[in-house]
Design a protein around this ligand. Structure first.
Ligand code: SAM
Length: 273
């Protein structure tokens, strides 16, 4: 590990902060608890801090890496024969294809490059149907946004869309000292599990996304103003949603209710009283 670290100059553009703390690595593997029968995909194996111990427990591991130099180093490792390597941007990986090939749900994990972690999570939500769970190292501040609830500063569009799709748990706090180079931010390791019995339902998730976009354009604005292009005040009253609420005080269920009303309205499905 250290030997390899010396052979590679970490690239900031790929968010390369490599894990070096053995106890943290052990804890992460324990949390993921991989089984040989499962399909596991690692995003960004890097210098193999997680890849190597994973391969000790598995017969096959799929890895997606964007940096060719790192793949070159990976090729020299003893466990390389266990890897199925994709040299590509994880943001364009087709998990649906993989699911059809493997005929089972996919478990995704990784110490994510922080510069793309939010877009990557949103990208993965679009393929949620083929995902069993996701275990990620994230910047603490991003993880807090994922799990945040109404009334909190960090509550926003990302919280709503993430909680709509998944049950999310922070499982480990990780110090900057556990990485090389040392990042400026604190990290956490989290588990995202797609709901099996979802507490939320929407006909069309794009409508949910559009409503939250308008609402959070200015999070301090009251709904009556921020959603005026989508709902009349009368409609908000009918939906029992206080039009004086601010975006940051509206729950995920309430946003789903708004999305479903709009869906029905645009499809002429509303019952006329
Ligand atoms: N897993 C290693 C570890 O824990 O030490 C490396 C983690 S490092 C934070 C992020 C890794 O993701 C690097 O190997 C980096 O090259 C890779 N990476 C960055 N952007 C990527 C992308 N868009 N697609 C795939 N891999 C990417």
């Amino acid at each position: 590990m250290t030997k390899n670290f010396k052979k590679h100059l970490p690239l900031k553009k790929y968010g390369q902060n490599f894990l070096i703390n053995k106890d943290t690595i052990k804890n992460i593997i324990k949390i993921i608890d991989p089984k040989t029968t499962e399909t596991l995909v690692e995003i960004g194996p890097g210098l193999a801090a997680l890849t190597k111990p994973m391969c000790e427990l598995l017969e096959e591991l799929i890895v997606i890496e964007i940096d060719q130099d790192l793949l070159f180093l990976l090729k020299k490792r003893s466990f390389y024969s266990k890897l199925i390597v994709f040299y590509q941007n994880a943001l364009s990986f087709n998990f649906l294809n993989l699911f059809h090939k493997k005929k089972q749900l996919i478990r995704i994990f990784g110490n994510l490059p922080y510069n793309i972690s939010t877009s990557l999570i949103i990208f993965l939500f679009k393929q949620i149907k083929v995902i069993q769970d996701m275990n990620f190292m994230l910047q603490k501040e991003v993880a807090e946004r994922l799990i945040s609830t109404p009334g909190n500063k960090s509550y926003g569009r990302l919280s709503i869309i993430s909680q709509y799709y998944c049950d999310i748990k922070i499982l480990l706090n990780v110090s900057p000292e556990d990485f090389r180079p040392i990042p400026k931010v604190h990290s956490v390791f989290i588990n995202l599990k797609p709901h099996t019995n979802s507490p939320y339902f929407v006909y069309n998730v794009n409508i949910l996304s559009a409503i939250t976009k308008d609402a959070f354009q200015n999070r301090r604005k009251i709904l009556r103003h921020s959603l005026k292009n989508l709902f009349s005040e009368k409609e908000l009253i009918k939906l029992e949603i206080n039009s004086n609420l601010r975006a940051e005080n509206v729950s995920v269920s309430q946003y789903c209710k708004l999305a479903n009303y709009l869906y029905k309205k645009s499809n002429n499905l509303l019952k006329i009283n």
